[in-house]
Design a protein around this ligand. Structure first.
Ligand code: NAD
Length: 365
């Protein structure tokens, strides 16, 4: 198991339910800034060590987002296709109830959706138990696009910080799901020219620029952006080498590696997906003067929206909050980054905020 350090974890709770066979782990890493907030995943082979790492990542992500949450994560070791899925969620809820909502607030993650969040909150008997609930239970739905909006805004803020204009800049986006579609929508509205978009079938590339509404129609009608008609179709992996100003890895982890990092021609790489490359690979881009907007800065719109949900705020207040937080945090990271190392700057800001929170609580001097 990972060792504890000066930040945590505060609690590592392993649970077992004899009736369903469900095994689960809840890691509450650090609550100095507020209740530990992090997704609850259901994966047959989830490990305590993995959940500890993810909980720590949430401590930094929530602190950098500047929302009053600590970091936590939950893993349920269970077959997500089992007819017993709901029983396993409810059993996990019963086992961790004592921590909720003051020490842990759940959210959707791998193989858990608003349906499971609804079951979890219902079993706990407190709507504050989780975010990402159905709208009928006070949830702020995913379909509002807070994460994609945040990605677009982080890029716009960074571009303007560099004294440049987004207008006319070319963009390539990996993935046309929740994050990719909204990132395209807002970047297009703000004058950027999205020339390439990919999904699992490949890339659609049109140097004249792709139209957001037309591409949404193609995706809805055919299931893939590659059926768009206008533009060239390329293999999915070619997206990362296109001659664009801005590249957005927005679907899968580890897509930029030692094998293709030197092919990247973009001047800005905005990480909409989680961990689209390792820090070592990021440093290779940074060394070439490429601006990397790290995942926990660029895709924080989702966690900020979660915070708004716990406050019972509406869509309008949520977008205003995402706007304020993403703009401020992006500017701060840009100001603090030395030698183009935006990840080190972001992590330093997050750590300072957590340490401040711990001092306020009298946990350290
Ligand atoms: P999604 O399931 O809505 O969409 C994923 C998209 O990726 C789909 O369009 C799919 O076709 C595409 N895809 C799959 N394989 C591909 C391939 N080989 N090449 C290109 N595209 C491929 O997922 P999402 O919610 O948009 O999340 C995308 C990423 O963003 C994930 O890494 C997720 O962890 C991260 N993220 C999402 C949120 C959120 O609020 N949705 C928040 C933070 C981080």
């Amino acid at each position: 198991m990972r060792a504890k350090d000066e930040f945590g974890p505060e609690y590592v709770l392993e649970v077992f339910d004899a009736k369903t066979g469900m095994q689960g782990v809840l890691v509450i890493d650090n609550t100095a800034r507020g209740a530990g907030k992090g997704g609850m995943r259901m994966v047959p082979d989830v490990t305590t060590e993995e959940v500890m790492g993810l909980a720590r990542a949430m401590t930094w992500k929530n602190a950098l987002a500047d929302i009053p949450f600590g970091g936590a994560k939950a893993g349920i070791k269970f077959d997500p296709k089992s007819p017993q899925k709901e029983a396993a969620i409810r059993a996990f809820a019963d086992k961790v109830k004592v921590f909720i909502p003051h020490f842990y607030i759940a959210g959707p993650d791998m193989n858990t959706t608003e349906k499971e969040m609804g079951q979890f909150a219902n079993q706990i008997g407190d709507m504050r138990a989780t975010t990402g609930k159905p709208a009928s239970m006070g949830g702020l739905p995913h379909e509002l696009g807070s994460t994609g909006y945040g990605v677009a805004l982080c890029i716009k803020t960074a571009v303007e910080f560099q004294g440049k204009k987004l207008n006319g800049m070319t963009v390539a986006i990996e993935g046309f799901g929740n994050v990719g579609t909204f990132a395209m929508k807002f970047l297009s509205e703000w004058g950027a020219k999205v020339v390439a978009v990919s999904d699992s079938k490949g890339v659609i590339y049109d140097t004249d620029g792709l139209n957001y509404d037309a591409l949404m129609k193609t995706k809805a009608e055919t299931g893939t952006v590659t059926a768009h008609g206008k533009g060239k179709v390329l293999p999915a992996a070619d997206l990362f080498k296109l001659p664009v100003d801005i590249l957005i890895p927005g679907a899968r982890p580890n897509v930029i590696t030692d094998a293709n990092v030197n092919d990247v021609k973009a001047k800005i790489v905005a990480e909409a997906a989680n961990i689209p490359m390792t820090y070592e690979v990021e440093k290779k881009l940074m060394k070439r003067g490429i601006l990397v907007l790290p995942d926990f800065l660029a895709n924080a719109g989702g966690v900020i929206s979660s915070y708004c949900e716990t406050m019972g705020w509406d869509e309008k207040k949520m977008f205003a909050t995402v706007t304020e937080k993403i703009t401020n945090n992006t500017k701060l990271v840009m100001q603090r980054a030395k030698d183009h190392d935006t990840r080190a700057a972001a992590l330093a800001i997050a750590k300072e905020r957590v340490i401040e929170g711990m001092k306020r609580k009298g946990w350290r001097k």
